[in-house]
Write a protein that binds this ligand. Sequence first.
Ligand SMILES: CC(C)c1onc(-c2c(Cl)cccc2Cl)c1COc1ccc(-c2ccc3[nH]c(C(=O)O)cc3c2)cc1
Length: 232
Amino acid sequence: EKVKITKEQQALMKVVVEAYNRHQIPQDVAKKLLQEQYSEEENFLLLTEMATSQVQVLVEFTKNIPGFLSLNHEDQIALLKGSAVEAMFLRSAQVFSRKMPNGHTEVLEERIRKSGISEEFMTPMFNFYKSIGELHMMQEEQALLTAIAILTPDRPYVKDQQAVERLQEPMLDVLRKLCVLQHPQEPQYFARLLGRLTELRTLNHYHAEMLTSWRMNDHKFTPLLCEIWDVE
Ligand SMILES: CC(C)c1onc(-c2c(Cl)cccc2Cl)c1COc1ccc(-c2ccc3[nH]c(C(=O)O)cc3c2)cc1
């Protein structure tokens, strides 16, 4: 049957996409990727600054997701803590897939590869970046997929999962319709996007181990990252 995006769904998508585009890492922070030295220490410090800035961006984006601020406050925190790493993988993946005109792609990869992350995590991490790049996602799809990842009902410590489901379902509906309309030649495209969310979950586990090994080498994080990742 003819798939049609309703007026309400258009409005929902507009709010999410505008919030996604409005809240970005400040360019003076992103530009540091090009300027600082390339020691492991300097790379780690820079990536820590990027992640801290990205978490602030993520919190502002999440507050603009319709209905999020009406959730139970503890559940809002649980959703942010549970999705921060996934949202940052999605956002940093866009840097790689959009082949930054000012060459951030190469330096970001270089700095991640030389920041004390052990080889065993590099493969799954850069496989993910590659699999996202191959999807050539539109910004609407990126924004909705990030909102859907944040609104995952079964994160640890979420009390009212139904309330989160009620916010996530409309996002899934409009993303499904968007995929059908934008990729008519690829009926499985929506399923491929959701497959990326499953891949992201496995990256959470790798990331927890990355944090442990950084801490073992006495790397310090910022207060915001310590809070969102429950470290120190
Ligand atoms: C605390 C640091 C070392 C850290 O720990 N884990 C990760 C970590 C890692 Cl490597 C990988 C994935 C997720 C995490 Cl969460 C990181 C570094 O995290 C980020 C690195 C870069 C970016 C990022 C996001 C958007 C950007 N736009 C631009 C631009 O040029 O416009 C640059 C840029 C960088 C975000 C998080």
